[in-house]
Design a protein. Sequence first.
Length: 220
Amino acid sequence: MANQIAAGSELLAYLRDFSLREDEILRDLRRMTAELPGGETMQVMAEEGQFLAFLVAATGVADVLEIGTFTGYSTLCMARALPHHGRLITCDITDRWSEIGADYWRRAGISERIEVRIGPATETLQKMLDGGFSGSFGLVFIDADKANYPRYYELALRLVRPGGLVVVDNTLFSGRVIDSLADDADTAGVRELNAMIRDDQRVDVSMLPMADGITLVRRR
């Protein structure tokens, strides 16, 4: 298509050479995660982590909610971009992986900004709403199990303040969203979410063809 660039390996290397600022702590965490089962697939790209940090810094938010921690690469990126008084709450179903990330958060000197909440995310988010967290966050990042994406999105919209951002990862889902033969629960969840956001008049939206698809949602 006109005005579209196909990013091959050489062009991607150029982009990283002139844009990516991944320091030793981030590189160590990324390389360690890549050695885990499914690590490379589940971890955000370095460029995406830097993009998330950019969004946090550019919007000036001090309260971030993350749904899906894994080993905490994106957690580290966003927490670093917060002001000193900022906080990041990250949610995961298990502490198995976040305990790995905690070592790198301490190395970066930002562990005091991060709170990990363990349990099914829908329950964790509902407890936060029941506890008075409605409209408390400037940015919510969703990157957990895809089958529950529609539920996470509705809860996130209640937790983010007006004018705040909900950032959703994997919204192109390796192209499975347009594969008529893909009928698994995760693909169905991503498709349902994309349709929900498209038709949601409560928000402004921009879907980016970056990484595995990143959708930016601004609550009006």
